[in-house]
Design a protein around this ligand. Structure first.
Ligand SMILES: [Zn+2]
Length: 255
């Protein structure tokens, strides 16, 4: 590892040991659009060793207002491949694996299980619930980063904290799943917040926002952190994760 590259991020509570943990970590990023692209950029910059990028489909011109890993000469080509090329130029030490697939692809559960942390940067609830379930099944921490227009939401799912479905049982009908409006700076803001949550989860530095939902509207810069609790009747985690101190059931408790 090129340790000189990271000297400026060494601080109280984050030393060479924490840096080494980042270097040994695998982070799966589901969605490398505006949110996931920003998260991926700052994870690579921080020295995360391996990034697994999952995003289906080719780059389109309207993506360019927010997807800063992309380039206009790559319109029509795979987003994940272009993202990996850009990352390779800026951060040559990071290993980038690309999967031009959606989150329902059968390869996904294995990729999730092999990751240390997953970022959900998808914008539709069917895919977001899918990755939530896969992370619960594999007991892999999940950072949920979402935005719509000028609003952002961030939730870290780990340990005994609430999952995405505990907090949004039915999704959010007010958020347009397709063609949603987006400023790149809003997507980038929540992507950077997600990257910092991953850095904390992997290194042990700081306090991940488990059980706290960050909601912000950049319209008027209204930023709040709401306490959120597990729903014992949650269809995704209610029966998968026994309460603290209880013993997990084998087999029957898993899908
Ligand atoms: Zn839940």
């Amino acid at each position: 590892m090129d340790t000189q590259r990271f000297t400026r991020q060494l601080m109280a509570g984050f030393g060479p040991g924490e840096q080494e943990r980042l270097g040994g970590a695998t982070v799966l990023v589901a969605g490398v659009g505006g949110v996931g692209g920003a998260a991926t950029t700052y994870l690579a910059a921080a020295g995360v060793g391996r990034l697994v990028l999952v995003h289906p489909g080719p780059l389109e011109k309207p993506d360019l207002n927010r997807q800063t890993l992309m380039r206009p000469d790559r319109i029509g080509e795979s987003r994940v491949v272009t993202a990996a090329e850009t990352l390779g130029l800026h951060y040559p030490d990071v290993v980038v694996e690309t999967w031009d697939r959606d989150l329902f692809d059968p390869v996904l559960p294995g990729l999730v299980a092999a990751a240390d942390v997953v970022i959900d940067a998808r914008h539709n609830f069917p895919e977001r619930f899918q990755i939530n379930r896969m992370c619960l099944d594999a007991e892999v921490p999940l950072v949920v980063a979402a935005m719509n227009a000028t609003e952002i939401q961030l939730l870290t799912v780990a340990g005994d904290g609430p999952c995405l479905r505990c907090v949004f049982a039915e999704g959010d009908p007010d958020w347009d799943p397709l063609g949603f409006p987006v400023f790149g700076a809003v997507a980038g803001t929540v992507g950077c917040l997600a990257a910092m949550e991953v850095i904390k989860l992997v290194s042990g530095f700081g306090e991940p926002a488990v059980g706290r939902l960050l909601v912000a509207d950049l319209w008027d810069l209204d930023v709040r952190t709401l306490s959120v609790a597990r729903d014992p009747a949650c269809v995704d985690c209610g029966f998968r994760r026994p309460s603290a101190g209880a013993t997990r059931l084998d087999g029957a408790s898993r899908r």
